[in-house]
Design a protein around this ligand. Structure first.
Ligand SMILES: Cc1cc2nc3c(=O)[nH]c(=O)nc-3n(C[C@H](O)[C@H](O)[C@H](O)COP(=O)(O)OP(=O)(O)OC[C@H]3O[C@@H](n4cnc5c(N)ncnc54)[C@H](O)[C@@H]3O)c2cc1C
Length: 84
């Protein structure tokens, strides 16, 4: 995950901001919601400040799950293929 999602007028979204291991399978979903979150905020400077806070929180949560599944997958645990 990138250390910053925003520096000034430059924003990172999608895989540029957070790359998921194959056990995640949620990179597209997360990236689309980055763009949705950012898109409607482009109308106001104040709202833009919340983009990084909101989307880094989500990306960290999703990566935590996919990283956990990757650690199960590597040594061959069957639970790595289960989804809640
Ligand atoms: C096998 C596989 C299965 C997947 N399955 C799922 C799934 O089931 N669900 C899910 O949510 N996600 C899935 N993903 C993840 C998903 O595909 C990615 O998270 C998503 O495509 C990322 O989109 P993006 O637009 O951020 O980046 P990308 O799709 O990588 O788009 C970046 C674009 O920028 C272009 N580019 C790069 N450098 C430059 C440059 N210098 N100038 C101009 N253009 C440039 C590239 O050519 C590319 O077109 C899967 C990924 C893989 C590999």
């Amino acid at each position: 995950m990138a250390e910053r999602f925003r520096i000034g007028r430059v924003f990172l979204a999608g895989d540029a901001a957070h790359v998921h291991p194959p056990t995640g399978g949620q990179g597209m979903n997360t990236g689309i919601l980055d763009a949705y979150n950012l898109g409607w905020k482009l109308a106001g400077q104040t709202l833009l400040d919340s983009y990084e806070t909101e989307r880094r929180t989500v990306a960290a949560a999703v990566l935590k799950v996919s990283d956990y599944l990757l650690r199960l997958y590597a040594p061959g645990h069957a639970e790595a293929h289960q989804r809640g």
